[in-house]
Design a protein around this ligand. Structure first.
Ligand code: GLU
Ligand code: MG
Length: 437
């Protein structure tokens, strides 16, 4: 059969979907300059393919310019086609970043962090997902048998991630039914969000090549466990040495880490509509599900929104290198770029305002009465997407971190998504999301 290889130029959009257009590989040089045409209203396409109240209508033209640093060329060597993908930035016709380009929004947030503190970010997204195909294997959480059952998948996935330019770390059987987890090494700047985007796509491609089907949906069954995205973060100073840890700081936090996390916790209720942006994200973000329900910092506590992760050394230099914290109130319905941008802006605000390091909790906050919670500055996070959207909508500081049009367009997009679900009960909502993520 005749064949001309195509490259898919893509954006990770407000719905956390990877959308774009393909062009012949032979045109790569010119497409790296002029990009492919893009339409503003595309940003209003919800994960359910509905279009909410669009401020753009049929008007306007944009460019999606592929970035060769994100070049994925993935040959599964199974006789099927080679996957070619490049992520890119959306600009107006004069080349200025578009207000709704998630990758440009992340670049601006990274620049703000650098300006506020001098540090750069090293981060990695840890993903959980579930198979929709195959038999349930009760009693196999974390087991060798559960792992062996998907060894072929795991080995193909790890090879596919490596071929795609990522550094695979681990693959494991998680606690939930047919639930697995894959981790990759951290990377700097915008690359970690690019890698998270690529990881989700490559995981779904791998499943498809093997006749399987996986979902990254936040939760499949309201009575079972969720699929989290845990975003691990640490800082490097200008000389490239670790800047996250201070052996004299509270729980080992350096001054910059303490203020950053304090900012994240202060604004968490107003950014969560961006990091956990689906209706059913809030079925996952409930107590005793090992996700996140309060704006607390935990020491090795898997119920905290932000957790200081363990280190495996007693030598201060190794500790400083390993020391990192993770944001747990995120899921894969969020664009990795947007989720990370929201966290970074909140953290940078904390640094700019020199907020003191937060207290570290090592207890079950649901056991505390509401006055005790309030006294210690803890709030229950929003319990629905609409509540979360209202917090974002009404928080002038948080809206102001983003380009002019962003908040209104984002909120309209999400309200359109909610409208699609309005007659559905929680199980039907879960079913709708697992079809599309
Ligand atoms: N599945 C949990 C979540 O929804 C996380 C479990 C873990 O700590 O790995 O975030
Ligand atoms: Mg896990």
């Amino acid at each position: 059969m005749i064949n001309k290889p195509l490259v898919f130029a893509a954006t990770s959009d407000l719905a956390g979907k990877v959308r774009g257009k393909a062009f012949p590989l032979s045109d790569l040089e010119s497409r790296l300059q002029k990009g492919v045409g893009w339409c503003p209203t595309n940003v209003m396409i919800s994960c359910f393919d509905t279009i909410g109240d669009t401020p753009f209508g049929a008007l306007g033209d944009l460019l999606l310019i592929p970035d060769p640093n994100t070049n994925v060329e993935l040959d599964f060597k199974d006789g099927g086609p080679v996957e070619r993908l490049m992520l890119g930035d959306i600009t107006d016709l004069d080349g200025a970043p578009w207000d709704l380009c998630t990758r440009s929004i992340l670049k601006a947030a990274l620049a703000r962090l650098k300006a506020a503190s001098g540090v750069t970010l090293l981060s990695a997204f840890e993903h959980e997902f579930q198979f929709k195909t195959g038999n349930d294997m009760p009693g196999e959480a974390y087991t060798l048998a559960g792992f062996s059952d998907r060894r072929v998948f795991g080995e193909t996935l790890i090879a596919a991630l490596e071929t795609s330019g990522l550094k695979p770390d681990t693959f494991m059987t998680e606690f939930g039914p047919k639930q697995y987890e894959v981790t990759i090494a951290p990377s700097q700047g915008v690359t970690s969000a690019d890698n998270a985007t690529i990881l989700r796509e490559v995981t779904c491609m791998t499943a498809k090549r093997l006749g399987e089907n996986v979902t990254f949906t936040p939760i499949r069954d309201p009575d079972s466990v969720g699929n989290g995205v845990h975003i691990h973060m640490s800082f490097l100073n200008e000389t490239g040495t670790p800047a996250t840890y201070d052996e004299n700081g509270a729980a080992g936090m350096s001054a910059v880490t303490g203020s950053f996390i304090a900012g994240v916790l202060k604004y968490l209720d107003s950014i969560i509509a961006i990091t956990a942006p689906s209706d059913i994200s809030y079925l996952r973000l409930t107590p005793h599900r090992w996700s996140a329900a309060f704006n607390n910092l935990g020491l090795q506590d898997r119920e905290a929104s932000v957790r200081i992760c363990p280190v495996t050394s007693s030598d201060p230099t190794s500790i400083a290198r390993q020391y990192n914290f993770e944001y747990r109130a995120a899921d894969a319905t969020a664009s990795p770029h947007l989720a990370l941008a929201a966290i970074l802006h909140a953290g940078a605000q904390g640094i700019e305002d020199a907020l003191p390091a937060p207290a570290v909790t090592e207890e079950d906050l649901t056991a505390l009465p509401s006055d005790a919670l309030e006294k210690r500055g803890f709030v229950r996070l929003p319990e629905t997407l609409e509540q979360a959207l209202l917090r974002f909508e009404n928080n002038k500081t948080v809206r102001g971190w983003f380009p002019d049009q962003f908040a209104d367009v984002y909120i309209a997009h999400k309200r359109g998504e909610l409208a699609y679900l309005q007659d559905k009960d929680p199980s039907a909502r879960c079913a709708a999301y697992e079809d599309v993520y």
